[in-house]
Ligand binder design. Structure first.
Ligand code: F6P
Length: 517
């Protein structure tokens, strides 16, 4: 990135834009919105509250050309092995190509549909022959967050025959233990969701669930009825004891954090029905098509990504707040934390050299109105300069009078906050001074439904990809999580043998305090 001509130009321009207050860009009734928004069917992207003008945008687009963004997009869509450190493709777009699905993808849709129909029609039965009523997804990271986020968001569109869905992910088993008290083993099925089928968090919880089923019955084949497996590692599923007819697959070319579009989305399909799941895929496919074909200047993921790079690398903003104004998107920020930070939280370029520039900002978020009463203070009067994404829907949850009133409140607050962050406020009392000048995006969608949610998630996936191309990093591996896993295994062995020799004094001190207790 830093060797491009556009980078040099943007670096020279940046100090002037840093100094210019955002509100002055809107002064004298400047109709910035007209020039700095993109509207496609179902989605409006307003970037008028960003410190950009045509000069900046033209240079960002030139930088994208110099970094060969078009070529990279084609490699992504063609399933080339662009995850070079693992020698794999990153072909999540193939999972939602509803017009030309790969045969193996269609085959999994058929298997998913069979399981969905059997569960909806109470044909899948437990060891006593009673219909399964409860489904518990056991998984972590990409095998949890996508299905959790989507099923929470779309609960209001639940299929009338959907079983009760539960999600457990925490290693300490608290969630699972609490659930097991309420559930009946004879009518509960567990979905063990793990791409690798080696993740200790998931397998230890699955073993606890297995023990619970085994304790409840003498039936020797009980386990065959109570576990569905979803993995890219079928041999491991079989070895663990998942019946072949209850195994769903996906492939090493699907990254964990990009996997909710695959059979990992089974719980989504259980909640919405297969049609609803396909609608989610269709929304993502619409965004894929837009991303692949729209000119960069009118391309929402490209512009969101490039403006994020401008903010991070030229205006030196270090945080990214995600602020959805709808409580149904409660888990959206958690989902994006993995998507963005596990993808682009890297400091090594594709050629192995260390980057000399910043990459992924720290991303966090919360449902907007709740966050207003929590961390917005920092956004308005703190010392950190951050960028914010406001996500808003035209239609609210309910159409009755009170519902519409609440939705109007929601809209008013969203617009008020992005405006307050932009204009700020002067005052004689220093406590009441708001510097303003905080940049933001607003993304406006029609309503919270499967199609629109598919579009929204795919937008962020592609934004991440655009930024990875600018930063010349591989967004599809996650080597940074391995060291902690290795050390945890070593410490677990030491805990079991009461051996702390050779460890640092902090770890030893804490272990010895625990052992004394
Ligand atoms: O440890 C990180 C990670 O590998 C994520 O990338 C992944 O989503 C999560 O763990 C769960 O992995 P798996 O689906 O293989 O259990």
């Amino acid at each position: 990135m830093i060797n491009t001509n556009a980078f040099q130009v943007l670096s020279q321009l940046a100090p002037e834009y840093k100094k210019t207050h955002l509100k002055t860009l809107f002064s004298d009734g400047n109709p910035r919105f007209d020039e700095f928004h993109i509207h496609i069917p179902g989605m409006l992207y307003d970037f008028s509250k960003q410190k950009v003008d045509h000069k900046i945008i033209d240079n960002l687009l030139q930088m994208a050309d110099e970094m060969q963004l078009s070529e990279w997009i084609e490699k992504l869509f063609k399933g080339e092995k662009i995850n070079t450190s693992e020698g794999r493709a990153a072909w999540h777009t193939a999972l939602r190509d509803i017009e030309n699905p790969l045969p193996e993808v269609s085959e999994q849709w058929t298997k998913m549909e069979t399981i969905v129909n059997e569960l909806h029609n109470r044909q899948l039965r437990g060891y006593e022959g009673s219909p399964i009523t409860d489904v518990v997804n056991i998984g972590v990271g990409g095998s949890d967050l996508g299905p959790l986020m989507v099923t929470h968001a779309l609960e209001m569109q639940k299929h009338p025959k959907a079983p009760h869905l539960h999600f457990v992910s925490t290693l300490d088993a608290r969630q699972l233990e609490q659930l097991l008290v309420e559930l009946n083993p004879a009518t509960t099925i567990f979905v063990v969701a793990s791409k690798s089928f080696t993740t200790i968090d998931t397998l230890s919880l699955a073993d606890t669930a297995k023990f619970w089923i085994q304790q409840s019955t003498d039936c020797p084949r009980a386990l065959q009825h109570h576990f569905i497996g979803i993995s890219a590692n079928p041999a491991k599923m079989t070895e663990w004891g998942i019946a072949e007819n209850l195994q769903l697959n996906f492939w090493d070319w699907v990254g964990g954090r990009y996997s909710m579009w695959s059979s990992i989305g089974l719980t989504i399909a259980l909640e919405l029905g297969m049609e609803g799941f396909k609608s989610l895929l269709a929304g993502a496919y619409a965004m894929d098509t837009h991303f692949r074909t729209a000119p960069f200047k009118e391309n929402i993921p490209v512009m969101v990504g490039l403006i994020g790079v401008w903010n991070t690398n030229f205006l030196d903003l270090s945080g990214q707040a995600i602020l959805p104004y709808d409580s149904r998107l409660k888990y959206f920020a958690s989902y994006l934390e993995q998507l963005e930070m596990e993808s682009n939280g890297k400091h090594v370029r594709r050629n192995g050299e260390k980057t000399s520039y910043r990459t992924c900002p720290i991303l966090w978020g919360e449902v907007g109105p709740n966050a207003q009463h929590a961390f917005y203070q920092l956004l308005h009067q703190g010392t950190e300069r951050v960028m914010a994404d406001f996500i808003l829907f035209i239609h609210g949850q309910t159409k009755n009078e009170r519902g519409q009133f609440h939705h109007n409140l929601n809209i008013a607050n969203c617009l008020a906050q992005s405006r307050a962050m932009m204009v700020g406020q002067d005052s004689e009392d220093p406590n009441k001074v708001y510097p303003g000048d905080q940049v933001s995006n607003t993304i406006l969608l029609n309503e919270v439904d499967a199609y629109q949610l598919g579009m929204l998630v795919a937008l962020y996936e592609h934004k991440v990809f655009v930024q990875s191309v600018m930063w010349d990093i591989n967004p599809f591996d996650q080597w940074g999580v391995e060291l902690g896993k290795k050390i945890a295994l070593d410490i677990l062995n030491r805990i079991q043998t009461c051996d702390s020799e050779g460890l640092d004094s902090s770890t030893v001190g804490i272990l010895k305090t625990i052992w004394k207790d």
